[in-house]
Design a protein around this ligand. Sequence first.
Ligand code: SAH
Length: 346
Amino acid sequence: MNNLSIIEQLKTTHTATREQLIFLLKNITGAEREELRQAAQQTAQAVFGNKIYIRGLVEISSICKRDCRYCGLRRSNPNAVRYRLTPEQILSCCEKGYALGFRTFVLQGGEDGFFSDEVVCGVVREIKRRYPDCAVTLSLGERGDESFRRLYAAGADRYLLRHETADLAHYAKLHPDSMSGAERQRQLFVLKQTGFQTGAGFMVGSPYQTAENLADDLLFLKKLQPQMCGIGPFIPHKDTEFRDFSQGSLELTLTLLAVIRLMHPRILLPATTALGTIHPQGRELGILHGANVVMPNLSPLEHRKDYAIYDNKICTGDEAAECIRCLSVRVQRIGYKIVTERGDYH
Ligand code: SAH
């Protein structure tokens, strides 16, 4: 096997076998990574030109009934500061965001019982009524088939639910016994069937992860064919049992972004905040490896630091307007431009 020929094959056929993916992930050299990067960047530019889509992220609740072992907001963390935005606060974040040019709002949060279908549907309907030209993305965890149908009927356009790891045994090491990787994957297929533009994704370098696991993540994406994919490095949180594990590597995350771009030329692929957290130019590097989305934070300043899923998260002290200005400059410096279109999947 030869990495340059695997890269060429990824570029032309958008596929690779499990063995090829494992080989590439284990053996790629610096020079080969540069080949891969250029191929991914060209592929993204052929689809999106130099446009970068922005999504306004509103972190609506740090309250969560789940106990994911890696997450700082896990139920059993007594040190987590819990907050919940009111529907009025969420709408006021959107109002600010709209004025700044955002045309997608992402409502993300822990699995907080306050946000019943009735409450979320009410918020979604009101956002769509006020801003009919905007897309609403939800990222509220596993809610089940009927809930997804109601949210879609209320007007939500997209749903993000990372599969976290496609390997069920690995999933079991990252989550409590009450959670199941098979159920999470099933819900992703339901989301797609319901009509959502659906986003899957995984952490890179999570505890116990192997190259085989990552190859299976890539093959799972091939099977699901999501419209969006969020990946970022695992970053330990001090109040979790994974506090002493090392963070995911920059190089591996960038390699995976590039491979995902080649396997899914049109996929909406963010350069995530986690990537920006482990390296000062992480998001720019992500874009240069095929990412085409950034998700600046629109959450109210007073709660920013409390949506602490991992340690040292960036942009917790900046107003939304500052974040967007900073990002605009950053993407311009590398030859891209932020655009204010909805940025749907085509
Ligand atoms: N409750 C929602 C939103 C979770 S936060 C849900 O379950 O979908 C969004 C993502 O952050 C998660 O899907 C996970 O992949 C990521 N994340 C959580 N803890 C992390 C950590 N310690 N390091 C890196 N990413 C993390």
